[in-house]
Design a protein around this ligand. Structure first.
Ligand SMILES: C[S@@+](CC[C@H](N)C(=O)[O-])C[C@H]1O[C@@H](n2cnc3c(N)ncnc32)[C@H](O)[C@@H]1O
Length: 285
């Protein structure tokens, strides 16, 4: 396998990846320039927009076509590569590993064959929600154990859209996937890999009113953090059906009780709780 590296700024990376995808180039990855912060609610992060990052494009096909592939990528990005590495990775080691959510379900790349399990096809394009984090895994396990037939679901902070995808696969009638970052291409790519067409992506700041979330939902999910959950509570209260369910994660154990008390002050009762390492997930009704 050959890896082409390009130095670009973080703020131009989304446009570059979109252009590469339009040209059928999907094996692209980079590390988010995040500064991890801690607060009373756990961990947070600040994205450093002006930071230079290394965008890597992998090529694993016929070596005779490598030169033309390299020229094509350089033309799309608008500059020559900064370096080329040859790596003898197995493809499986290079992509995100298959994630066995439970005895029935696995999350894996479309080209991986997994015997005896139902597979969700998934390709990561950089947004949070690869299934590697404890919060995502616990949420997927909860969602895939339920039947959402006929239910309308709002997924706040959808990231890669992985929770929306699992919910649509479990027969929800409509899923609205909301994020403040433009994750639309990634969510819709993964939906299409699974033949799913009823996920609607909303991008923008729903708290400031920049965008509006219409209608009532049977379930609302939020996996961002305690402070954000509190900020979203008025919207949740307005948009959740009477007797609807709120699925919350991204809460660290040392702040869980105060977030639970805050949610209960809106008239909810906790009905289920899960924990993996310090990360807590709960369902309220
Ligand atoms: C921890 S990730 C969760 C991703 C995915 N739902 C999962 O469970 O794996 C949090 C997501 O929330 C988004 N986010 C942060 N603040 C937000 C806000 N005010 N409104 C909407 N999305 C927000 C981030 O961009 C990120 O994609």
């Amino acid at each position: 396998m050959h890896i082409l590296s390009y130095k670009v700024t973080y703020k131009e990376v989304d446009d570059i990846i979109t252009n590469l995808q339009i040209n059928d180039i999907f094996n692209v990855f980079y590390e988010n320039p995040l500064e991890i912060t801690t607060d009373e609610f756990g961990y947070g992060y600040i994205e450093k927009e002006d930071e230079e990052i290394i965008l890597k494009v992998a090529y694993d096909e016929d070596i005779n076509n490598f030169k033309s592939f390299k020229e094509k990528v350089s033309n799309i990005i608008g500059k020559k590569e900064d370096s080329i590495e040859e790596i003898n990775y197995e493809y499986e080691d290079f992509s995100i590993p298959a994630i066995h959510i439970n005895d029935e379900w696995v999350l894996a790349s479309p080209d991986e064959e997994i015997e005896g399990k139902k597979k969700i096809n998934f390709i990561s394009q950089g947004a949070f929600g690869t299934g590697l984090h404890e919060t995502t895994q616990d949420l997927l396990s909860v969602i895939l154990s339920k039947d959402f037939t006929g239910k309308r679901v709002l997924d706040i902070g959808t990231g890669s859209g992985i929770l929306s995808l699992a919910t649509a696969i479990k027969d929800a009638s409509e899923v609205v996937a909301l994020d403040i970052r433009d994750v639309k291409d990634e969510v819709l790519l993964n939906a299409s890999l699974n033949g799913i067409e009823n996920i609607k992506v909303l991008v923008g700041d729903a708290i400031s009113g920049e965008i509006t979330v219409d209608g009532l939902f049977d379930w609302i999910y939020i996996n961002i953090g305690g402070a954000e959950t509190e900020m979203f509570m008025p919207l949740i209260e307005n948009n959740l059906k009477k007797n609807g369910y709120l699925l919350v994660s991204g809460l660290v154990e040392w702040s869980f009780d105060s977030v639970k008390t805050m949610i209960e002050s809106y008239g909810f009762k906790m009905v289920e709780k899960y924990q993996s390492n310090e990360w807590c997930t709960a369902i309220f009704n």
